[in-house]
Design a protein around this ligand. Structure first.
Ligand code: AP5
Length: 210
């Protein structure tokens, strides 16, 4: 099954992708995580992406598409995958179509803007393995230390309030039109993001299986 998770920054795409990929036994492919890894390793793609990411803009399509093509060609993606954060523009969606990738469902996780800011200001991510936490809703067992690998958990540079507002604007202008794009193909299902991560997970699984 090939799925796309769509939604504003901080809606919970990565959190749900982590849960659903375990249930379905398919990889979650996050272009945001891959780009952050490329920035950390100072690859050509990372160097090209960094300034856009730091200010909350989209990275140019050719950079992201290059990374994505390599990833979905890997063996573990042959039986299906969840795309988290891709496509993010109509041209990116058209590129997926042109690559012959069949998408079964597009799950939009909808959360109102006012809740997004609280979620992102409290998010912490592991510097080592990239696991994501929240100081209130999904805290680490030991403060500041990743449960999975023991590395430090920190705030993302683009989770500062002024950058979050800019990411929300970018989402509305460039990514939200994808809802109409996939609704016209009969693939869009919207899930209301709940206060509890496990509640959203139940709705997300029901949307996938329904
Ligand atoms: P990316 O990493 O994809 O960022 P994003 O889409 O802005 O999404 P986030 O990771 O911020 O949020 P999320 O929806 O995954 O929420 P999460 O589960 O973490 O992209 C970063 C940047 O990379 C972009 O700005 C762009 O520059 C570039 N980029 C990436 N892909 C690109 C593309 N295709 N084209 C061009 N550029 C691209 O949850 C957020 C927080 O809330 C967490 O702390 C979590 O614990 C908590 N939480 C989650 N669910 C709940 C809940 N139900 N209740 C309470 N708390 C919850």
């Amino acid at each position: 099954m090939n799925l796309i998770f769509l939604g504003a920054p901080g809606a919970g795409k990565g959190t749900q992708a982590e849960i659903v990929c375990e249930k379905l036994g398919i990889p979650a492919i996050s272009t945001g995580n891959m780009l952050r890894e490329a920035v950390k390793n100072q690859t050509a793609a990372g160097l090209a992406a960094k300034e856009y990411m730091d200010r909350g803009d989209l990275v140019p399509d050719d950079v992201v598409v290059g990374i994505l093509k390599d990833r979905i060609a890997m063996d573990d993606a042959k039986k299906g995958f969840i795309l988290d954060g891709f496509p993010r523009t109509v041209p990116q969606a058209e590129t997926l179509d042109a690559m012959g990738v069949q998408i079964d469902k597009v799950i939009e996780i909808y959360v109102p803007d006012e809740k997004i800011c609280a979620r992102l200001s409290g998010r912490r991510v592991c510097e080592g393995c990239g696991n994501s936490y929240h100081v209130d809703f999904k805290p680490t067992k030991v403060e500041g230390v990743c449960d999975a690998c023991g590395a430090a958990v920190v705030q993302r540079i683009d989770d500062k309030p002024e950058t979050v507002l800019s990411r929300l604007e970018t989402y509305k202008e460039k990514t939200a039109p994808l809802k109409d794009f996939y609704a016209a193909k009969g693939k869009l299902v919207t899930v209301e993001g709940q206060e509890e991560i496990s509640e959203t997970a139940k709705l997300t699984m029901a949307a996938i299986e329904g």
